[in-house]
Design a protein. Structure first.
Length: 343
């Protein structure tokens, strides 16, 4: 972990805070549906990726189309048939985790998984008045807006010095098979649980069960799960503090947006000092994105949502880690699926 910010780090902090605030403010001002997408995606794009180039843009655009096609075509046709939709979604998860495990299209797989899991969660409650078509359109619009915001902010707050690209990780085929089977199994179990039970308000828990799989292995998931739980706790408490400061002014867009910018900029420091990965700081940032985007409106504050979010996320992480450990242990008993971190 670094102890001092560089000029590039400060510029990235400004991009993350401004991107989240712009996405939130525009979606709220235009009264667009599903503002969680518009607030969360700029945080993901600007927080996980410190640069913006053609390869990243192509992956991000592909992550716009792929989840939309899966939700509209696959879920639209077979969503009411659990015995058919579950293996189809499992195959989709396997394809995306395979892309992540290989590394060259990691961002495409990661962004597609986030968008797909959120849309599948909401689409499963179509009988409760949630229309699937506005949902998909909102997701596409949010990704395109996030990309436009990222372009603008990279021009306004450019890096001061060239960045060193991260080293490529070499994996054997057994490790790749291990990661794909492990993550696909746990993600499919999460999908089945959230499809079976009435958990419409547990979008944070659904997202957490997917995000802790991004390290792709048991050792990484344990660290990721712990950091996400701590990040969620910190994020919920800071959001509650902001709500107490705002009081009745939380329904005023300017004050709500300003409080979001302050919170995200403050936490972005921890995020960039940790190397910009999916650590504790990133968990706090995504907590802000979900709470502000999903729960804050003139008719609703975030106090109840913050309290419920932490409890549901803690349960989701604990159950997911248990499932990850069991599947990890079973896979490491066979040479063809033994992970390279196994000792």
């Amino acid at each position: 972990m670094k102890t001092q910010l560089s000029e590039n780090d400060v510029q990235q902090m400004l991009r993350i805070a401004s991107g989240a605030t712009l996405g939130f403010t525009i979606s709220k001002a235009m009264d667009w549906p599903n503002p969680i997408f518009f607030t969360l995606y700029p945080i993901l794009l600007l927080g996980l990726v410190a640069v913006l180039n053609g390869h990243i843009i192509r992956q991000f655009l592909a992550a716009t189309v792929f989840p939309a096609m899966v939700v509209l075509v696959v879920y639209g046709l077979f969503g009411t048939h659990p015995l058919l939709i579950t293996p189809l979604i499992a195959a989709t998860f396997a394809f995306l985790f395979w892309q992540m495990s290989k590394g060259t299209l990691f961002l495409f797989g990661a962004f597609s998984l986030v968008g797909l899991s959120l849309q599948l969660h909401f689409a499963s409650y179509s009988n409760d008045g949630i229309d699937i078509y506005p949902l998909v359109i909102s997701n596409i619009g949010a990704i395109l807006l996030a990309l436009g915001i990222a372009f603008a902010l990279h021009l306004i707050f450019p890096d001061r010095a060239p960045r060193t690209p991260p080293p490529k990780v070499s994996k054997d085929q057994a490790s790749i098979r291990h990661e794909v089977i492990l993550c696909t199994t746990v993600a499919t179990l999460s999908f089945a649980v959230f499809q079976t039970f009435d958990l419409v308000d547990s979008i944070s828990a659904q997202a957490a069960s997917i995000l802790i799989l991004f390290p792709l292995c048991w050792k990484g998931a344990t660290m990721s799960g712990w950091q996400r739980a701590i990040g969620t706790l910190i994020g919920c408490n800071l959001a509650l503090l902001a709500q107490l400061v705002l009081l009745n002014y939380s329904d005023t867009l300017f004050f709500a947006s300003f409080s979001l910018w302050i919170l995200v900029f403050f936490i972005s420091r921890q995020h960039v000092l940790n190397g910009g990965g999916a650590g504790t700081g990133f968990g706090v940032l995504t907590t802000f994105g979900i709470l502000y985007g999903q729960s804050l409106s003139p008719q609703q504050d975030i106090i109840y949502s913050a309290l419920y979010r932490f409890s549901s996320v803690a349960v989701a992480i604990a159950v997911s880690l248990c499932a990850i450990f069991v599947v990890h242990s079973l896979l490491n008993q066979h040479q063809s699926t033994r992970h390279h971190t196994f000792s």
